[in-house]
Design a protein around this ligand. Structure first.
Ligand code: CA
Length: 232
C-alpha cells in the first residue's frame, strides 16, 4: 500500500481544528475519517480501521488517553499521534506513557504533522518488508510477522517500540547516540527532544527486561545514549 493512501482517523472535538487537519490530510492524499468524541473514535476504530490515529488528549467524555489505551489493547499496530495544548508538559509525557508513538503541540504546522505521519508509515513499511528474525537469549523479534516474543510468549509492542528494539538488537554491543536513534526511529525531519526517546526506552525496558531498574539488555551509556548487550 502506498503511504499516501493510508487511512487516518482525526479525533478532535474542536470543529475548526478538526476540519483544518482533515483538509490538509485530504490534500496530502490520505483517506481521512473524523471523530468529535472518544466514543465516536472507538466506533470508527472498528468500522474505518485506520493505520494512524491523530488523537487530541482533551476530549469530552472518554479522554484521548483512554482512547489511546484502548487502541494499544485492541489494535496495537495502529500508530497514535497525540495532540496536546501548549504548556501541558505533563500531558506530553502522559501521552507517551499511555503508548502513543508521538505527539504534536497545538498550534502546529500541518505540514509537520504530514511529514511525521509519512516518516512513521515508511518506517513501519520497511519493517514489514524485511524477512528475518532477530533473537537474543529469551527475546525474539519476528520482523516478517511484526511480532515480539519474550520467553516464547508474544508481548505487544507499539510500532515505535518495535522500531526502537529492532535498531538496538541489530547493533549488539554498540553504543548508539540518542540523536542518531531519534533520526533512525522517528525520521530525520523529526525535531522532538531526546526526552521522547527516554520515555520509550523506559517503556520498552518494562516490557523486555526481567528487572527494568537493572537492565540486562538495554544499557544506558551516560551522556551518550543506549547500548544493546554484547552477545556472548
Ligand atoms: Ca479538544
Amino acid at each position: 500500500m502506498s503511504e499516501n493512501k493510508a487511512k487516518i482517523l482525526v479525533v478532535e472535538d474542536e470543529e475548526s481544528i478538526r476540519r483544518f487537519i482533515t483538509l490538509n490530510l485530504n490534500v496530502a492524499g490520505f483517506q481521512v475519517g473524523e471523530a468529535s468524541s472518544g466514543e465516536d473514535a472507538l466506533g470508527l476504530l472498528k468500522s474505518f480501521a485506520p493505520q494512524v490515529v491523530v488523537l487530541d488528549i482533551m476530549l469530552p467524555g472518554i479522554s484521548g488517553l483512554e482512547v489511546c489505551q484502548h487502541i494499544r489493547e485492541f489494535a496495537p499496530e495502529t500508530i497514535v499521534i497525540m495532540l496536546t495544548a501548549k504548556g501541558q508538559d505533563t500531558d506530553k509525557i502522559l501521552g507517551l506513557d499511555f503508548g502513543a508513538d508521538d505527539y504534536m503541540v497545538k498550534p502546529f504546522n500541518p505540514l509537520e504533522l504530514i511529514a511525521r505521519i509519512k516518516a512513521i508509515l515508511r518506517r513501519t513499511a520497511n519493517l514489514r518488508n524485511t524477512k528475518q528474525i532477530i533473537s537474543d537469549l529469551n527475546l525474539r523479534l519476528d520482523l516478517a510477522a511484526n511480532k515480539f516474543f519474550k520467553n516464547n510468549a508474544e508481548t505487544e509492542l507499539t510500532p515505535t517500540e518495535f522500531a526502537l528494539l529492532k535498531t538496538l538488537m541489530e547493533n549488539p554491543g554498540r553504543a548508539l547516540k540518542r540523536d542518531d536513534m531519534l533520526d533512525t526511529v522517528w525520521g530525520e525531519d523529526y525535531f522532538g527532544d531526546t526526552k521522547t526517546l527516554d520515555v520509550h526506552i523506559r517503556r520498552l525496558r518494562e516490557k523486555i527486561e526481567d528487572n527494568p531498574s537493572q537492565p540486562e539488555y538495554i544499557k544506558t551509556v551516560w551522556g551518550y545514549g543506549y547500548r544493546w548487550r554484547q552477545e556472548s
